[in-house]
Design a binder for this molecule. Sequence first.
Ligand code: B1M
Length: 213
Amino acid sequence: MKDSSEIALALERGEAKEVARLVQTALDSGVEAKQVLDDGLIAGMAVGGGQFRRHEIFLPNVLMAAKAMYAGLDLLTPLLQAGDDPHRGTAVIGTVRGDLHDIGKNLVGIMLRGAGFQVIDLGNDVSSETFVAKAQEHGAKVIGMSALLTTTMPGMAEVVELLKAKGLSGKIRTVIGGAPVSKEFAEEIGADAYAFDGVSAVDRVSDLMEMDG
Ligand code: B1M
């Protein structure tokens, strides 16, 4: 779809105002918010990520692309969150210690809120102690963790271990995700679930909320 490829291109170029303008135009012409997100914003960021890996663009370009992503997300968030389910339980979410990537985690939060869950977003660079303390404070049944760096993935295992040490395994359950994370890694560290994207995060959190504990 033409609008979406234009959005993706403007995002790759880090043109925040242009991304916002194109997103608004697409929405005004009747394109679904989810399609604008997937085919426009996420697709553009994926291309930028590949260029960064191949050293075709540099960190400042990636930062500008991230800003442009948020310019578009600001317009989509109210539409994606317009779920009308009753309150379905509380999840705390965050990006693990040492990791500043928050776009994917924020998308997951938007989807979970849209599905009717109360979401306590702890932000990025969240320590294992904070994840567990905040989950207890808010009576959360689920901790959702995001990691985008292979070097920060062990932070997820720390949370699982801390829950175990405090006798909270089975009472507070964990779901993990992020580009380098896999189902196998989730099994290896004893996390309760792995989610590939925001949509599957909603499914996994729904399952975990319904489990006894
Ligand atoms: Co960084 N970065 N970055 N970066 N960055 C990656 C992750 C990298 C793969 C780029 C590359 O080399 N191709 C690479 C990691 C390599 C590795 O570990 N193997 C990398 C690197 C190296 C770095 C720095 C170390 C660079 C440096 O300083 N030299 C540095 C680290 C800073 C730190 O965290 N301590 C760094 C910094 C940055 C920016 C600050 C510039 C910026 C982040 C801005 C921000 O988040 N506010 C940034 C960005 C934007 C990226 C890329 C290009 C895009 C990430 C993104 O937002 N994608 C990324 C390359 C890539 O992933 N292709 C890259 C869009 C987003 C919608 O997708 O986050 O995958 P994603 O989330 C998805 C799913 O993964 C999933 O659902 C989301 C929606 O579909 N998901 C979950 C995510 N969390 C989930 C949780 C769940 C369930 C699903 O349950 C709870």
